[in-house]
Design a protein around this ligand. Sequence first.
Ligand code: SF4
Ligand code: SF4
Length: 191
Amino acid sequence: MAKTASRVVDVRAEAEKHATGLRGTTGTLAGLGVTLRNMVRPQHVTIQYPEQRKPYSRRFRGVHVLTLREDGSLKCTACYLCETVCPAQCISIDAKEVEDPRIEKAPSRYEIDLSRCIFCGFCVEACPEEALIMSREYDLAVTAREPESLTYGIEDFTGRSEIAAYGAGFRPHPEYPLVESYVPGERKGEI
Ligand code: SF4
Ligand code: SF4
């Protein structure tokens, strides 16, 4: 087999050539130009929160939403996949039996300790039913350090008007239409 000629690159010499000489100067001047341009250009990078709010995208991982069926019952079948996959171990579920043999189970308790949640979205990705999605709600300031103040249950994840007002956030299959009953409550904008 014929040998192919190899080229040896002296990395240090290449670096020195670029760091000195005209190319190095041009790069420095170009960087200074970017700095100067942004110094004089009027642009606001801060907002007057909470009077002003930033719009976030549908990929935003905010407070969770437990979605509902058309009849208002929880879509969650208490399969524990979300609880199992959660790296922060902040989801607790108790299951109860339901009469419908197609469903078998539903949660009697579904809680997430949002003070430990890292909003990774793994729970939402693990859910086989799209029973759990995330919203674009991010107001989670509390004045007490008790964990109960940020432990949200079924009512908090389904019935708060904030969820609908902020709209739905991250869900693994955005290509499917978002059913209105998923996020009940009064809406200010798009779901
Ligand atoms: S977003 Fe992540 S940390 Fe938070 S409950 Fe879901 S899996 Fe756990
Ligand atoms: S993965 Fe979905 S269906 Fe299963 S317990 Fe969690 S929210 Fe309910």
